[in-house]
Design a binder for this molecule. Structure first.
Ligand SMILES: O=C(O)CCC(=O)C(=O)O
Ligand SMILES: [Fe+2]
Length: 314
């Protein structure tokens, strides 16, 4: 597997007036559609996160990871990757992460900070909330564009209301030697849309449909957007869900932040009938994301032993 010269498509979401039914909206929408069909991924230039927030989101993240292990372990969860995941997994020893579920509900974020800092940590919750508030707009813009470009607007409200947000702070420790070390094994995300943001340390790689790894090298105002299995299924395969991994080199820790839109509990993901025809036979039977997750997700290497196809492929 070879060439590292390909680049992800880069799409500008920072137009003054990016509103539905405008010329610029339609232009961006067709770029989004093309990129997601071909790569399942693109870089979004998005200027609604002010410079101080770009900085403080990594500061609070570092503040969290600097806490004693015992404190971080207060936030563990029985669901894979929901709570704190430490550096104890032999297959991904550099990786550490902290998930905040229902991050769109302010008192939930505050509850976490009280768990972790006793007195709470208002600047932590405020930073997380402002970040989420701004970045969720990007998620919503992209998903509106997807629904429109598939011509299934009648499902717009249902789709937009079918998800919650989860935010995950991630840290990859610098490797102990000059070798390139695995940060996170190749996997597809299982949710709807993932938006990743990282500090200046590179490492994320995306697999193209024809088997080449693309190195992602974002700037402070670009975000990496990718499709997860659930949206792949909902679009009856039209949107690609790419494999990706993290490879660590050099002597600096990598911090990243993931915003995940995830199907709500008990919501059944079912491709609209308009997207199923002779040329596009149904790929997946209707399924519940949360049941799918508990079916075979191993935290250890972040991969699902029972991929969606095995779980509910037709
Ligand atoms: O750290 C990254 O950039 C990738 C994280 C990732 O793939 C995930 O959380 O699913
Ligand atoms: Fe991922």
């Amino acid at each position: 597997m070879g060439s590292k010269n390909i680049k992800l498509p880069k799409i500008n979401f920072s137009h003054e007036d990016l509103k539905p039914d405008t010329l610029v909206w339609n232009q961006v929408k067709s770029q989004v559609y093309k990129a997601l069909v071909e790569y399942g991924c693109f870089e979004a230039f998005f200027d609604k996160i002010p410079t101080n927030l770009q900085k403080s989101i990594f500061e609070v993240s570092q503040e969290f990871f600097d806490l004693p292990l015992q404190t971080k372990l207060q936030n563990i969860s029985t669901k894979p990757f929901y709570g704190y995941v430490g550096q104890y997994h032999p297959s991904i020893p550099l990786f550490e992460s902290m998930g905040i579920i229902d991050s769109n509900i302010p008192h939930k974020v505050e509850k976490y900070t009280q768990l972790l800092w006793l007195q709470g940590n208002p600047s932590f919750s405020k930073t997380i909330q402002s970040y989420l508030e701004q970045l969720s707009k990007l998620d919503q813009t992209i998903r509106r564009m997807i629904v429109e470009s598939l011509g299934v607007e009648k499902y717009m409200d249902e789709h937009m209301n079918s998800t919650n947000y989860r935010l995950r702070l991630m840290k990859y420790k610098e490797p102990q030697s000059d070798e390139t070390k695995i940060g996170l094994h190749a996997h597809t995300d299982k949710n709807i849309v993932t938006i990743l943001y990282q500090n200046q340390v590179k490492g994320l790689e995306i697999l193209t449909k024809d088997g080449q790894w693309i190195n992602v090298d974002p700037t402070p105002d670009t975000f990496t957007v990718m499709i997860g299995d659930s949206l792949h299924a909902w679009t009856n395969g039209r949107m690609h869900a790419p494999f990706h991994r993290v490879m660590m080199r050099g002597n600096e820790a990598r911090y990243s932040i993931g915003l995940f839109s995830i199907p709500k509990a008990r919501y059944i993901i079912k491709a609209p009938k308009e997207l199923v025809d002779e040329d596009h036979p149904l790929l997946f039977k209707p399924f519940d994301y949360h049941k799918f997750l508990s079916f075979g997700y191993t935290e250890e290497d972040m991969k699902c032993d029972f991929a969606l196809k095995a779980y509910c492929g037709v």
